[in-house]
Design a protein around this ligand. Structure first.
Ligand code: ZN
Length: 128
């Protein structure tokens, strides 16, 4: 996922999108030097947004903000797979009569953490 989208999702979750300053801190666990965020003073560690934890946190946040239904509507209208490519075997008739939503392939795709996170990012980016 592009940083642009990871930033949108990080801030949607109410977290800092860390920015590198010139301070760093030594981590004795893995013997590495880690840069410190110039805004919040935490170690710079950005979420990848590809895990079940990410999916769960984003779903809970959407529900908390009463955006779950509008998000799902936008996801149903999307036809991109987890890599951002158009799903080719999705025909318009299936989409229009609602069969798409009850299709195991579609539900499997929606419940893939990587595609789910991208769908949320796309939804948040499109929102006015
Ligand atoms: Zn920060």
């Amino acid at each position: 996922m592009k940083d642009e989208y990871r930033k949108i999702l990080t801030e949607f979750l109410g977290k800092c999108w860390h920015e590198q300053g010139n301070k760093s801190r030594f981590n004795p666990w893995n013997q590495t030097q880690t840069f410190i965020c110039a805004k919040c003073d935490a170690c710079i560690n950005r979420r990848p947004f590809d895990s079940w934890q990410d999916l769960g946190d984003l779903k809970r946040k959407l529900e908390g903000k009463k955006q779950w239904a509008t998000f799902l509507k936008s996801a149903f209208e999307s036809d991109l797979d987890a890599d951002g490519n158009a799903i080719e075997d999705l025909d318009e008739s299936a989409r229009s009569d609602g069969e798409k939503f009850y299709n195991p392939d579609f539900i499997g795709w929606l419940l893939n953490p990587k595609s789910f996170c991208q769908l949320v990012a796309d939804y948040l980016k499109m929102k006015p």
